[in-house]
Design a protein around this ligand. Structure first.
Ligand code: ARG
Length: 568
């Protein structure tokens, strides 16, 4: 939004320089000062000292004298070697008013992504394992990026690269045959399936023959044996039913569930190509691509017994995606523990001459643990995501009961608040930061949290219900253009900048932080100003502001996958 302001200011500076500077270079040099007292935009003139052969303060002074400021500028100040610009309040309000009639369905005005497909591999759950808290980040970060790219006009493709292949399926068949039966598995849930798996591992410690049986069963799955395949299908169905419920609660959808098993018949051509390019080396009967030159261990692609690996499937998947989607970028939202895997994968693809090797990106993120220390699958108790969501919803319900006993639809609001709080917690920081999850922290209505933003949204909704329709033509903009008000206006105008920053850095936290910032700024305004008063002009302007804040918060929340109840 401020691009327009920047362009006009740059043009006027270029004109004031009498040909010494061109508008493009001025625009590139303009920066947003850290301290708002130094203006909304500043031109650091030392950048031109050499070409203009003058001291920066002299340049700033001369430019200021010759400048005919465009009407987006309210005030210009020279401060040392800087030329500082303050936007005009009237121009800001006009720019905001121009957005009043916008379409609030989720798409930006200007579509940078038109004609560009972005594949986003996220969530990618493993069959027969319940959804644990470790899958929260990949799911909500991936889904947020999906919506953010869609908002900017890209065509996102959400891919759930299911972990649906490997020896664990042989183990599960053995476990089911020994301690349950297929009908029981079909009827019960993913936790039951998991308990069989856990029992298998315990018993296999003392009885290694189980592993031979498991291997034999997995071989039968590989060979397409009908009995083994029937088991496999049930495991998959039970898992998909369970994760489907979680995806519904999180509002997450996928365009493809092509997982590891999908690539069973698509790896050979890739292996042939690797062979042809002389990239495969034998190592104890296995086939690897050596990566010493790049300081990486070899990438193992075929085991001595002929079995393919995770990496082999990812190579086939890369070719498949390039051919099927002709993507602009292919993102993998996967924990940083797999850094090496993706570095190896991208390098092997590059060596193979895969055209899009440079367009593959590993979108890494940190770990989530609970305050009480529990979390990981390996080191102890696993925390299931459904339990975390349920507990957050229950706590939200209690808070609503206390704060607002008359609230309608308490269950629905509690679901939005509880789930929203959990989702938000994974989108608040830069991805790579580890998260220590605390129920009290994420549900704090006065903190940097989803409930805080949701509450502010509901506050706007309530003001609008009370005030009724507003008439922008009859609004007295001076009622929103002083101090706190103009901060809100500027923040509203920078919404799309935040979305673009989130997309280009693949960091949804830009949107999350924006939502909190806007909520904070609006609340500061709200404390000092009555929205609905006897002054009709002021009321119209303030209702308009509340309307813009409400819709912008709602849009921001929707991009990060959080519901915005009308009252709470
Ligand atoms: N299923 C894997 C896991 O849970 C993640 C898969 C990520 N996607 C990929 N194409 N490798 O660790």
């Amino acid at each position: 939004m401020f691009d327009m302001f920047e362009k006009e200011i740059a043009k006027s500076i270029a004109a004031a320089s009498a040909g010494a500077l061109d508008a493009g270079e001025v625009e590139a040099a303009l920066e947003v000062p850290k301290d708002a007292k130094m203006g909304d935009l500043a031109l650091p003139c030392f950048k031109f000292a050499r070409t203009m052969r003058k001291a920066p303060p002299a340049i700033a002074g001369e430019l200021a004298k010759a400048l005919v400021p465009p009407d987006v500028v309210g005030r210009v100040e020279v401060a040392g070697g800087y030329l500082n610009f303050f936007f005009s309040e009237a121009a800001l309000c006009r720019a905001l008013a121009a957005l009043a009639g916008r379409d609030w369905s989720v798409t930006a005005g200007e579509k940078e992504g038109e004609g560009r497909t972005v594949c986003i591999d996220f969530s990618s759950v493993n069959i027969a394992k319940p959804f644990h808290i470790g899958h929260l980040s990949t799911t909500v970060i991936g889904a947020a990026l999906y919506r953010i790219f869609a908002y900017l006009g890209y065509t996102p493709v959400g891919i759930n690269h299911l972990g649906d292949w490997g020896t664990q399926f042989g183990k599960l068949i053995v476990a089911v045959k020994k301690w349950s039966d297929i009908d029981e598995v079909r009827e019960k849930d993913e936790y039951f399936l998991n308990s069989l798996y856990v029992r298998y591992h315990k018993e296999a410690e003392s009885d290694p023959s189980l592993d031979d049986e498991a291997r034999a069963w997995f071989k039968r799955i590989e060979d397409g044996d009908p009995e083994a395949t029937a088991y496999f299908d049930v495991f998959k169905a039970v898992t998909m039913r369970a994760v489907g419920k979680i995806y519904d609660r999180l509002g997450v959808k996928f365009d493809s569930y092509a997982g590891e098993s999908f690539y069973n018949d698509k790896m050979q051509p890739c292996l042939d190509l690797l062979e042809k390019k002389g990239l495969l080396t034998e190592s104890d009967g296995a086939k690897v691509v050596r990566l010493d030159e790049w300081d990486m261990p070899p990438c193992l692609l075929v085991k001595a017994d002929g079995a393919t690996l995770y990496a082999t499937r990812d190579i086939a998947a890369a070719y498949y995606r390039a051919k099927t989607y002709d993507f602009y970028k292919c993102l993998y939202v996967v924990a940083y523990q797999q850094n090496l895997h993706f570095k190896q994968l991208f390098k092997v693809l590059e060596l193979m001459g895969f055209e899009k090797a440079a367009d593959m990106e590993h979108i890494a993120f940190g770990m989530v643990s609970l305050e009480d220390g529990s979390m990981s699958t390996r080191s102890g108790r696993v925390v299931w995501l459904a339990e975390v969501l349920d507990k957050a919803v229950e706590k939200a319900r209690q808070i609503i009961e206390e704060k607002n006993p008359a609230q309608e639809d308490k269950d629905a609001v509690a679901e939005s608040v509880g789930v929203g709080a959990v989702v938000f917690s994974a989108l608040w920081n830069n991805r790579i930061k580890d998260i220590v999850f605390s129920f009290d922290k994420v549900l704090n209505f006065d903190g940097e949290t989803a409930p805080y933003v949701q509450y502010t949204h509901a506050r706007c909704a309530s003001a609008l219900r009370k005030g009724g329709d507003f008439d922008l033509a009859a609004a007295d903009m001076s009622a929103i253009s002083s101090d706190e008000g103009i901060d809100v206006v500027k923040c509203l105008l920078s919404f799309e900048d935040a979305v673009r920053a989130a997309a280009s850095s693949r960091e949804p936290c830009y949107v999350t932080r924006y939502a909190v910032e806007l909520a904070e700024k609006f609340n500061r305004f709200y404390i000092g100003h009555r929205i609905v008063s006897e002054d009709a002009g002021a009321t119209n302007a303030r209702l308009f502001l509340a309307f813009m804040v409400k819709n912008t918060l709602k849009t921001a929340l929707s991009l990060i996958g959080i519901a915005a109840p009308e009252s709470m």
